[in-house]
Structures are given as structure tokens and as C-alpha cells.
Design a protein around this ligand. Structure first.
Ligand SMILES: NC(=O)c1ccc[n+]([C@@H]2O[C@H](COP(=O)([O-])OP(=O)(O)OC[C@H]3O[C@@H](n4cnc5c(N)ncnc54)[C@H](O)[C@@H]3O)[C@@H](O)[C@H]2O)c1
Length: 313
């Protein structure tokens, strides 16, 4: 049974992953190579917990017990020595992750399950140099950002691990009230990002050809497919609408859709001009400095409202 968790890399994803496990009473050890992060990470988790309490998603008296479940280590060996389950959330660089996996393979206890939060790297590449025994205990567990609020977790089950180990990990995520899904093929991007970016390709294209304004395309998703999608998936929606209609629409429409095999020129242009979104004050929209905190809080608040609503059905 998984009790002790180690999180390696405490940036955007790692700190949220640590907080999410600690909230459900798992003992969490964190290791980050950058010591500067050690000071911020607990503070960041605390701020997120306080906000969840303000929004009545968790009890206020849960904050300190949660924080006391987390320990930060400046030494990797110390951070993993009692780990039943390790998840790495270091940068998306194959060589970096391979190097870490090789080290973890050597220093982790025999029973430890080693996992990666990679968004796009293949598991077979990640575990290329791992011992045969450990290959039975390695998988991708892909979280969505912000980790402490987004329910989905994509779990790889590509045939390298016995069913009982996979079920332990699956149960771990049920215990922290996430919604695990099983990905049965070693495909880049798992499932959620493939769906998201197929949609994003069309969104950027429609903006590029000036078919719709940025404001209206956001409205389209929020009050159209996204509105329904929060409660009803594509397959169910198709069944409800009638598969014959969906089939005709796809035959008529697919030849018109953008089929590009590279990122959109519009997106590249923004990146080249240093318009990276919230972090540089401008992306598709503008983010004056004094509004950024509120924008982030509003984003978290909307997710909390959805989380509460999703528990009622
Ligand atoms: N940011 C997202 O929206 C998102 C969503 C899902 C998955 N992911 C994946 O999660 C992983 C981490 O992404 P992030 O956005 O949190 O990155 P990040 O840059 O915010 O954080 C990475 C952290 O890892 C630390 N680090 C770097 N090398 C290390 C090492 N060898 N050992 C220990 N710590 C090390 C860094 O100091 C940093 O704090 C990536 O694989 C990414 O693809 C990111």
C-alpha cells in the first residue's frame, strides 16, 4: 500500500502535486535541485490552501495538518529513502529525466514505484536504461495544471507493469479524489493534450483567418462545446445528437478544417514578439500588472465552483 510519497521538482506542477497528496494525509517529501525554491514552496502551497478554505472548498483547520505532512529535503537520497511512490516533475527534457530515472532506479527502495509527470515524452524512452526489475514499477502519471484543483490524472498502462501495481496507483488517485484514466498505448501527449491541441489548432486557425474575434471564440467554447463538455463527453453527446448527423457533419466539415502539422504561425509570431501570456503581461489578451493576482484567483475560483458542482452528480 502506498503511504509515503516523494515529489521531485517543486515548480509549477510539483508544489501542487505535493499539496494535493498532503491534503489527504499522505506523508510527502519534496526534493528540488534549486534551493531557492525551498523557501517558496510551502508558502505557495499555503496560499493555495488558504484560498480553497476562503472559497469553502476545504475546512480552514485542514491547512496546518496538510502543511505538516510535507517535508522539504536538500538531498535526493534523503527525500526518497522511505518512498513507496515517487513522482518527478522536473523540466520536460528527455536527458534530464532519463538521468534522474537512472539515479532513482539505483537509490530508491526495491518496492518504490517511480513515475513521471511528463506531458510529451514516451515512457519507453524514459526507461531505456532502467533495470528490468524496476521497469515493472515505472509509469507516467500525468497531472493537469493547476494540479491541486484539476481532477484528471492520466495513467499509463502499456504492459510493462503487473496489474496489482497499477491498481495500487489507481487507488492512490481515487483516495485523493482525482479522476484517473488509463492510457493503454505509448502515445505522445497521452489523451487530454491530444484532444486539447486538436481543438487549439482550429481555434488559432480561425483567429488567423479572422473568422471570429478572440473574445467571441472564447465565448463559443465556454457557452458551446465546453459548456456541454463539463458534464457530457463527445461520445455521449454524439449519441444524444444522433450518429447519422455527426457522420454527415464530419464528411462535410473535415475537408475544411485546419490540418497543419506544426504550431500555428500566429502562435509563433506571438512567441517571437515576447507575448507569452500572463507571465509577460500580454498574449492574446492584455494583463496589466495590478490585475494579475485577481485574474489567477478568478481562474482558481471558477475551477473550485466546477469542482463543487461536479461532486453533486
Ligand atoms: N506546467 C504545466 O502546465 C504542466 C502540466 C502538466 C505536466 N507538466 C509537466 O510537468 C513537468 C514539470 O513542469 P513544470 O511546469 O512544473 O516545470 P517548472 O519549471 O515549473 O518546475 C521544474 C522544477 O524542477 C526543478 N528541477 C530541475 N531539474 C531538477 C532535478 N534534476 N532534480 C530536482 N529538481 C529539478 C527546478 O528547479 C524547478 O523547480 C514537465 O515534465 C512538464 O511537461 C507541466
Amino acid at each position: 500500500m502506498i503511504k509515503n510519497i516523494s515529489v521531485i521538482g517543486a515548480g509549477t506542477m510539483g508544489h501542487g502535486i505535493a499539496g494535493a497528496f498532503a491534503m489527504y494525509n499522505y506523508k510527502v517529501s519534496i526534493y528540488d535541485r534549486n534551493r531557492k525554491n525551498h523557501e517558496n514552496v510551502i508558502e505557495e502551497i499555503k496560499i493555495e490552501l488558504e484560498f480553497m478554505a476562503e472559497e469553502n472548498y476545504i475546512e480552514k483547520d485542514k491547512i496546518y495538518p496538510t502543511l505538516s505532512n510535507i517535508k522539504i529535503f536538500s538531498n535526493l537520497e534523503e527525500a526518497i529513502k522511505n518512498a513507496d511512490y515517487v513522482i518527478e516533475a522536473i523540466p520536460e527534457v528527455l536527458e534530464l529525466k532519463q538521468e534522474l530515472f537512472n539515479k532513482l532506479d539505483k537509490i530508491c527502495p526495491q518496492h518504490t514505484i517511480i513515475t513521471s509527470n511528463t506531458s510529451s515524452l514516451s515512457l519507453s524512452k524514459l526507461m531505456e536504461h532502467i533495470s528490468a526489475e524496476r521497469k515493472k514499477r515505472i509509469m507516467i502519471c500525468h497531472w493537469y495544471n493547476p494540479a491541486h484543483l484539476m481532477p484528471i490524472i492520466e495513467l499509463s498502462y502499456f504492459g510493462n507493469m503487473p496489474e496489482e501495481i497499477f491498481s495500487d496507483v489507481y487507488s492512490l488517485y481515487l483516495n485523493i479524489e482525482k479522476q484517473p484514466i488509463t492510457v493503454k498505448k505509448d502515445i505522445s501527449g497521452m489523451i487530454a493534450n491530444r484532444m486539447l491541441h486538436a481543438l487549439a489548432r482550429e481555434v488559432f486557425y480561425l483567429i488567423e483567418i479572422d473568422a471570429v474575434s478572440p473574445e467571441d471564440i472564447e465565448k463559443t467554447l465556454k457557452y458551446g462545446p465546453g459548456f456541454r463538455g463539463a458534464t457530457t463527453g463527445i461520445l455521449e453527446s454524439a449519441d444524444l445528437g444522433g450518429l447519422d448527423i455527426w457522420c454527415t457533419v464530419e464528411d462535410n466539415l473535415f475537408k475544411e478544417l485546419n490540418g497543419s502539422k506544426k504550431a500555428s504561425d500566429l502562435l509563433k509570431q506571438k512567441v517571437n514578439n515576447g507575448k507569452l501570456g500572463l507571465k509577460t503581461d500580454e498574449g492574446f489578451f492584455k494583463y496589466p500588472k495590478d490585475t494579475k493576482e485577481k485574474i489567477k484567483k478568478d481562474f482558481f475560483r471558477r475551477l473550485i465552483i466546477q469542482l463543487k458542482a461536479s461532486k453533486n452528480y
